[in-house]
Design a protein. Structure first.
Length: 364
């Protein structure tokens, strides 16, 4: 299984908002492939992560002018998430979803070739059993390009399939004609928002995967994406700007869109690893763990060049490195290492996850 994305929406809960105007405007949501979509000079979009780990997205209208129609959705281009998406790709996507405020559209999830225009509706509110505000559903779909089909599931129950439109097949062809495959959460297109109204939905526990040849291609079912806390960083030749290597990497950050000035952990020694261990005690012993994804923020010294190698070690067996080119600008890397199995090729369980060591290796 190839893991292209896991999104637990674990960045800080400081909140943010993006601009809007008479034209449709996309505002990147930091540390994710998503952007908020706004239109209407009298609307604002905002997001935060609540205490229960839900990513909460809202659109608010302060109707000093009449600027509609409006937009109320967040979007991600799957062609930027899935490398080399093609006419034989077989992608599965899943996430937990709930409407947590006003919602004036029949649809809650769709696909489109651009940030506006043609759409394929994936899920309507009528597809959600006993649909209600603040009721959570786990939505999954399969992009089966070889058969031009989109298969759908709600809470594990299969819905009718959808035939792909021509633009989707063009998007993964040798001549994509500028088409992307945007995953939209919220309302598809033009949307009505009353003066003083806040429209809102929430998502969490998202995955994007593709099965390898010989594996059974199927949805994973309802997932929980959990961030493991760091317990220790062994980095003898690395220099913390303050405190210890462990305290630096355990420090949170208040704004995910702003580079972290301090504290930092640096090294000039090529191939001298920093070894990181984690606390997996919150993971139930019997949990089925479908994969591990390493993310992080890093940079090289201005005018320098370099790479970061990352490996996983479990039970004395170390994986080959994955190597990511670093740049001078501090950058968030969403998929430094993805591992559906342990380095020995075994399934992940809580005990071997508790014994995991991630090694960071600077390379020239």
């Amino acid at each position: 299984m190839k893991i292209y994305g896991m999104y637990g929406w674990d960045f800080p809960t400081a909140g943010a908002q993006g601009p809007s105007g008479f034209n449709t405007v996309l505002t990147p949501i930091p540390n994710t492939p998503f952007s908020g979509c706004a239109q209407g000079i009298d609307t604002q979009i905002g997001w935060t992560v609540d205490v229960n780990g839900w990513f909460v997205y809202n659109t608010y209208r302060n109707g000093t002018v009449t600027g509609g129609p409006y937009r109320h959705r967040m979007m991600a281009d799957w062609k930027t998430v899935v490398p080399n998406m093609s006419a034989t790709s077989n992608i599965f996507v899943g996430c937990r979803f709930q409407v947590t405020g006003l919602h004036n559209a029949p649809e809650v999830m769709a696909l489109s070739p651009a940030n506006d225009g043609l759409t394929i509706t994936l899920f309507l509110t009528t597809d959600l059993p006993a649909y209600a505000i603040n009721k959570a559903y786990y939505l999954e779909y399969q992009l089966d390009f070889a058969n031009s089909k989109i298969n759908r599931w709600v809470n594990g129950s299969k819905l009718s399939s959808i035939t792909m439109q021509a633009w989707m097949l063009t998007a993964v062809s040798a001549t994509p004609a500028g088409n992307s495959i945007w995953h939209n959460v919220g309302a598809n297109g033009a949307y009505n928002i009353g003066n003083g109204e806040r429209h809102q939905f929430s998502i969490r526990d998202m995955y994007v995967i593709e099965w390898d040849v010989g594996e059974v291609a199927q949805p994973l079912g309802a997932q929980t994406v959990t961030k493991l806390a760091i317990t220790n960083v062994a980095a003898a030749t690395w220099t913390p700007s303050t405190g210890t290597a462990t305290s630096v990497l355990k420090t949170g950050y208040s704004n995910p869109s702003t580079p972290v000035a301090l504290p930092t952990l640096t090294t000039d020694d090529a191939m001298t690893p920093a070894s990181i261990t984690y606390d997996a005690s919150a993971i139930p012993l019997g949990a089925v763990i479908n994969g591990v994804l390493v993310k992080g923020r890093s940079a090289v010294t201005v005018n320098a060049t370099g790479n970061l190698g990352v490996s996983l070690t479990v039970g004395g067996i170390e994986s080959p490195d994955t190597t990511t080119p670093m740049v001078a600008a501090q950058t968030w890397y969403d998929r430094i290492f993805a591992a559906p199995k342990t380095p020995a090729g075994n399934p992940w369980y809580q005990p071997n996850l508790a014994g995991l060591t991630v090694k960071l290796k600077p390379k020239v």
